[in-house]
Design a protein around this ligand. Structure first.
Ligand code: ADP
Ligand code: ZN
Ligand code: ZN
Length: 842
């Protein structure tokens, strides 16, 4: 039996299955998806079995054997192993990277040295030659016949025998080998169980002398236990010592055992039970369509386009109920779960303990335990950020992606996957339905769901052609969408108002404070940063290793580079002209907060930005304080735009709507429209009507005009015209190849060679053609040119942008063109990285 194993080495060169013999005792245990330890280059490394073979690709007598199988049940089922292979092809990443993305970090095994006694035959053989084992008997007994003990543990315990242990290792009576240990163990707690023979315990209690007060109390308490109790808790409750518990255990009057406990991030929290609501007619229609698609079980993708407050979440909840009733599991993706505690509450409230929550702010142990709940089928719903798409369910019926347009669904480091695409692939594997929900769908999803489907995505063909658009165009219970008013900030300046608040927004805020209602203020900070500039000479502080400006941190008075971590203390005079007029342009939100305090003395403000939300649970605390009306204003960056539902919010103010319009990104208008629509949706969601005031320097821009009218379709039509004209997605696809090296000439030379190789390959395939031409299959290569961030961590950066459309496998072309450049392992070679369907082009 030969297993094919992907070994965890993060290199393209070794990214292929290696063959290993499976020793007979392991054969019952090994399956596709098993995590194994394998000898590799003189070490023991972790790997995953991806298949089996009858004969090896190399000389079988030279094959090594698996060292161990790490789990009784494989952590990955075969569908995930297959998905990883698909990801490695689609995203040009290593197979290993894709597999690793699917398991909790707790399961990334680390090799440790353990020693064990050599087998008896071996010992006998050695004894003839070398004499008896030098090990003291106590040491031999301690090591015992088992799998071995950690060498460090052994030396700690018998320091005086260190010499003999070494001698035994040399002699061969002790053998050393590497074993993989998980980084995180299942948490076990010493637990007291009620006595197995309570009569005996009662008798013993009767016989205990009266003065043994503690012992009597303890035993009495144990006798009335109807379920096991943690030792620690028992000690606290009774004031007894651990020694007296042990004494009782030794007499069999109680049982003391280790019990596995889950680290539950929501332990001790109760969630208000939420009963299903009677669906409105439009909700019921959408729900019926989702259920019909689930019955079809063909892996369909449905786009639920519902305005903010239209009751999408209620539809999700009831669709999941149906999925559970059909005996299928459900995965729910939310953009960044730490930002959407209200969403988690609604799911926990409806499904209780049937939900596992996977998000980035969990500790490694908590994450591992939530993952094991899914694996052991103790829950049927998983809700989480991007990587929850890998939840190890085996019968998925429904995958929901809420706010599907959010860029956080794309992972920016390897594997650079998009959770939406992975979801669609996984749904096909399981015959599940994907529901993409948003008030402002990405243009890619919108085009795919409507008739205006361009040829570029037809390549995927098949079931995707059956995508459909499900609209929810009104808020529930006839609540109106809030009116949006634009304020032209240029006119404010003309009128002599230099404040960051327009007169209109200021009076709207004053009204809210008077009426005891609440306001949400958004400072659109994309493209802004907090930097240091000299007012005299214009000098700005930049990172010495990267070509970008340093960010000022007020708390520590340090300047930091967000890319490489370089830090220096803030200067008191300009390093360039020695002027003292060097200014720290502190975080935008801090300045707004100060201005609010000046304009409205006594106003209670909760500020939510990167500075106030670094601690675990900070978002939740801030939001629940705001929900409890402990503040009048919630002020923040993009974070305040998402998913919040507070009944007393009747005003939303946007301080600088167009800050994101001028970014060098073809999605700038789309991002601006999405942000404005999302944040406007926070106002007037309940019985109180709301309004929105948007301050802008570009009130005539179509994205801002469309947001004012709540007009997604109008925006989409105009934006799609631009995209088609300039050949941008969804009318083509992109792939970005970034290459880096410390030496510029070498980088440029290799970059040119790579681009030439790719051109040649594409030419041979007959697809090298301009995108604005008539050819149905076309691929164009732009660059190499310097990246928008031209240097990072002392490495220069160049990029090639590849645009293509039609049925051609660009990833395959890229992999072929890259192969000669990534084959070597020279430490000084140019590093290439590929980003398929990039969201950020830096
Ligand atoms: P969305 O997710 O589309 O923004 P929500 O699901 O948050 O909308 O719904 C907005 C509000 O309407 C919530 O307070 C929700 O409880 C309420 N709601 C949703 N569906 C119904 C319904 N069928 N009947 C009554 N209230 C509803
Ligand atoms: Zn830097
Ligand atoms: Zn200066």
């Amino acid at each position: 039996m030969i297993a094919r194993v992907i070994v965890d080495v993060p290199s393209r060169k070794t990214d292929r299955p290696f063959d290993y013999l499976v020793p007979v005792p392991m054969q019952e245990w090994v399956e596709v998806g098993s995590r194994v330890g394998v000898p590799f280059g003189g070490r023991v490394l972790q790997g995953f079995v991806v298949g089996f073979a009858d004969s090896a690709e190399v000389d079988e007598s030279r094959l090594k054997a698996l060292a161990e199988v790490l789990d009784p049940v494989p952590p990955l089922a075969s569908d995930l192993v297959e998905l990883a292979r698909w990801m490695s092809e689609k995203y040009c990443c290593t197979w290993t990277a894709a597999l690793q993305a699917m398991i909790p970090s707790a399961l990334r095994g680390k090799a440790r040295r353990v020693v064990a006694l050599a087998g008896p035959e071996q010992v006998a053989e050695q004894a003839d030659l070398l004499g008896p084992s030098p090990l003291p008997e106590a040491v031999t007994a301690y090591i015992g016949a088992g799998h071995g003990v950690l060498l460090t543990t052994l030396l700690d315990r018998y320091p005086e025998a260190a010499g003999q242990i070494r001698a035994a290792l040399r002699q061969g009576t002790l053998v050393e080998h590497a074993r993989l240990r998980d980084r995180m163990q299942v948490r076990k707690v010493l637990t007291v169980y009620p006595p197995e023979r309570p009569e005996a315990a009662r008798e013993a209690l009767a016989q205990l002398p009266q003065r043994a007060v503690r012992q009597r109390e303890l035993l009495a308490r144990v006798l009335e236990l109807d379920e096991p109790i943690a030792l620690q808790q028992l000690l606290t409750e009774t004031g007894a010592s651990a020694g007296s518990v042990r004494a009782l255990a030794d007499k069999d009057l109680l049982a003391l055992r280790e019990r596995e406990v889950g680290r539950d991030p929501y332990a001790g929290r109760s969630f208000a039970r939420s009963e299903p609501l009677a669906l409105t007619a439009p909700q019921a229609e959408v729900h019926a369509q989702i259920c019909a698609a689930m019955e079809e079980a063909r892996g369909r993708v449905l786009l639920l386009q519902g305005v903010t407050g239209s009751g999408k979440t209620e539809v999700y909840l009831q669709a999941i109920e149906r999925s559970i009733a059909r005996g299928r599991e459900a995965i729910v993706l939310v953009p960044e779960i730490a930002l959407t505690p209200q969403m988690v509450e609604r799911f926990k409230g409806r499904f209780g303990d049937d939900v596992a929550v996977l998000h980035s702010r969990l500790s490694g142990g908590e994450r591992y335990d939530e993952w094991r709940k899914i694996k052991a089928r103790r829950v049927r719903v998983a809700i989480g950020a991007r990587s929850a798409i890998f939840a190890p369910f085996e019968r998925i019926g429904l995958i929901i992606i809420d706010e599907e347009h959010e860029s956080s669904y794309k992972q920016e480091e390897s594997p650079k996957y998009h959770a939406r695409d992975v979801a669609i692939k996984r749904a096909r594997q399981h015959g599940a339905v994907v529901v993409l929900g948003s008030a402002t769908p990405s243009l890619e999803s919108y085009v795919a769901a409507t008739a205006a489907r361009p040829a570029a995505t037809a390549a995927e063909g098949g079931p995707e052609a059956a995508r459909a658009l499900l609209p929810l165009s009104e808020r529930v219970q006839g609540r109106p969408l809030p009116p949006v008013e634009l304020v032209d900030m240029r006119l404010e300046l003309e009128a002599g108002n230099r404040s960051m608040f327009s007169r209109r927004l200021r009076s709207a805020l004053a009204e809210r404070l008077e009426r005891g209602e609440q306001a949400v203020l958004l400072l659109n900070r994309r493209g802004y940063s907090t930097f240091v500039m000299c007012r005299s000479c214009g000098y700005t502080a930049g990172c010495p290793h990267c070509d970008i400006s340093l960010t000022y941190h007020q708390k520590t008075r340090m300047l930091r580079c967000h890319y490489c971590g370089h830090a220096e203390s803030a200067p008191t005079a300009c390093p360039s002209c020695e002027s003292e007029h060097i200014r720290f342009f502190g975080t935008g939100t801090q300045r707004v907060e100060e201005e609010l305090a000046r304009l409205f003395p006594g106003v209670r403000v909760i500020r939510m930005d990167v500075d106030t939300t670094t601690e675990k649970g900070a978002h939740e605390k801030l939001l629940s304080a705001f929900g409890a009306r402990q503040a009048d204003v919630l002020l923040g960056t993009q974070m305040v735009a998402k998913g919040l539902d507070f009944p007393y919010v009747t005003l939303v103010g946007v301080i600088a709507a167009d800050a994101s319009l001028n970014l060098p990104d073809f999605r700038a208008a789309e991002k601006t429209f999405q942000l404005l629509t999302q944040v406007a949706g926070r106002a007037g969601r309940h019985h109180l009507a709301g309004e929105v005031v948007v301050q802008t320097y570009a009130p005539e821009h179509y994205s801002i005009q469309a947001a004012r009218r709540h007009d997604y379709t109008g925006f989409a039509q105009q934006e799609l015209r631009h995209r088609r004209l300039l050949s941008y997605p969804p009318y083509c696809r992109l792939a970005l190849v970034t290459m880096t090296h410390p030496q510029l000439p070498l980088l440029v030379e290799q970059g040119e060679r790579f681009a030439a190789a790719l051109r040649e390959l594409a030419g041979r395939e007959g697809v090298l053609a301009p995108l604005d031409g008539a050819s149905p299959r076309a691929l164009e290569i732009f660059g190499p040119v310097a990246s928008p961030i031209p240097r990072l961590k002392d490495r220069y950066r160049f990029q090639c942008m590849i645009k293509y459309r039609g049925s051609l496998d660009a990833a395959q072309l890229l992999r072929d063109a890259l192969a000669p450049f990534t084959a070597g392992s020279a430490p000084d070679r140019v590093l290439f990285s590929v980003d398929v369907d990039p969201q950020v082009i830096m």
